[in-house]
Write a protein that binds this ligand. Structure first.
Ligand code: COA
Length: 180
């Protein structure tokens, strides 16, 4: 488990499905994740089991974000290994309930998983994609030290129009100099 000031990160349990299902079919959340199809309880349970296998195989490390104060599970953060030679990873994050957005939990979770990525997994860089309709996530990533490296123009059809996808990354060196 990885501990921060207001949250901690832990592996997922099948019992977490009920909290995921409260929000996972919410359109407000899904527009930022490009997850267009609804999901069933059974699909979510299968998905959780898959995260256990991927962790065992060293392919991807997914953590549940939990509030220290109340022990409430509020979202997920993941680093997926893209390239074992160049040591590149991809970061994904989602806080399910919009009531918990913009309270600093995303920034804290990213700080924890970057530390894990660079010091435990020995990654060289971590990258991510964010949609142009998501300024909250962009601000959170920039605060966490990510830099914009490119744009996939009009690469996503969302809510009836084509929008850009921004590419961001952070190197271990940049992370280290910001966290001395
Ligand atoms: C993206 C996400 C993980 C960020 O976590 P969070 O806890 O909400 O983010 P934080 O509170 O740490 O930081 C958000 C920042 O954006 C700012 N912000 C909020 N709304 C904003 C807006 N409309 N425009 C610009 N900045 C905004 C906040 O003020 C805060 O910045 P500050 O601390 O400098 O004031 C979370 O909002 C989330 O899960 N959203 C839904 C799913 C999603 O978008 N996932 C990412 C897909 S790439």
């Amino acid at each position: 488990m990885l501990f921060g000031e207001k949250i901690y990160l832990r592996g997922l349990e099948l019992s977490d499905v009920s909290e995921i299902m409260k929000y996972w079919n919410n359109r407000e959340l899904k527009q930022f994740l490009n997850a267009i199809a609804p999901h069933s309880i059974q699909e979510e349970e299968e998905w959780i089991k898959k995260t256990w296998d991927e962790r065992k195989n060293g392919k991807s490390f997914l953590f549940g974000m939990v509030l220290l104060e109340s022990d409430l599970y509020i979202g997920n953060v993941e680093v997926r290994i893209l390239d074992t030679i160049s040591r590149r990873g991809n970061l994904g994050i989602a806080i399910f309930n919009p009531e918990y957005w913009s309270k600093g939990h995303g920034t804290e979770a990213i700080g924890l998983i970057l530390q894990y990525s660079f010091t435990t997994l020995n990654l060289h860089s971590v990258e991510l994609e964010v949609f142009s309709n998501n300024p909250r996530a962009q601000q959170c990533y920039e605060k966490s030290g990510f830099k914009k490296t490119g744009v996939r123009r009009e690469a996503l059809f969302s809510n009836g129009s084509y929008i850009d996808i921004y590419l961001l990354d952070i190197t271990k060196k940049e992370w280290r100099s910001a966290n001395l």
